[in-house]
Design a protein. Structure first.
Length: 141
């Protein structure tokens, strides 16, 4: 597996995966937004095939916000989501970040918990989906 990092632009591989997962499968209406232009986009490749992507952006102070993880449907169950999240945590850590936050869809909170995130707030609704705010403290060696 290899990772490519893009600043401020959504690479075509990430756009395709996000469209397939969040719009076509999950029914989100507005997957692409103003945050893309100020985000770091990570795409994970297996050979030439893009298999997972996520984005994150600087929130302020020492905190970054990570977006949802998109894993190609045919590759789910292989632990790729945790692998790309680990890569993102490493990038944020190298940039001096101490925290990462996410607005997790409630039914995906277990995934983020396995990645080390803990709930920090009450349930809320976004695009008619229940979400929970979660936070990860990055422990630098």
């Amino acid at each position: 597996m290899r990772f490519e990092i893009f600043e401020g632009t959504v690479p075509k591989e990430a756009a395709r995966l996000r469209q397939e997962v969040f719009v076509d499968e999950q029914g989100f209406c507005d997957e692409f937004d103003e945050f893309d232009a100020r985000s770091t986009h990570i795409v994970m490749f297996d050979g030439d095939e893009a298999v997972a992507t996520l984005r994150f952006y600087f929130e302020g102070e020492d905190s970054y916000h990570v977006g949802r993880v998109a894993v190609k449907k045919s590759r789910r169950g292989e632990g790729l989501g945790r692998v790309i999240m680990s890569e993102a945590v490493g990038v944020v850590s190298r940039r001096g970040g101490k925290f990462m936050t996410v607005g997790a869809q409630e039914d995906k909170a277990g995934f983020y918990s396995r990645c080390g995130f803990v709930p920090t707030g009450e349930r809320y609704f976004e695009q008619d989906y229940p979400h929970v705010a979660m936070r990860l403290e990055i422990k630098n060696p």
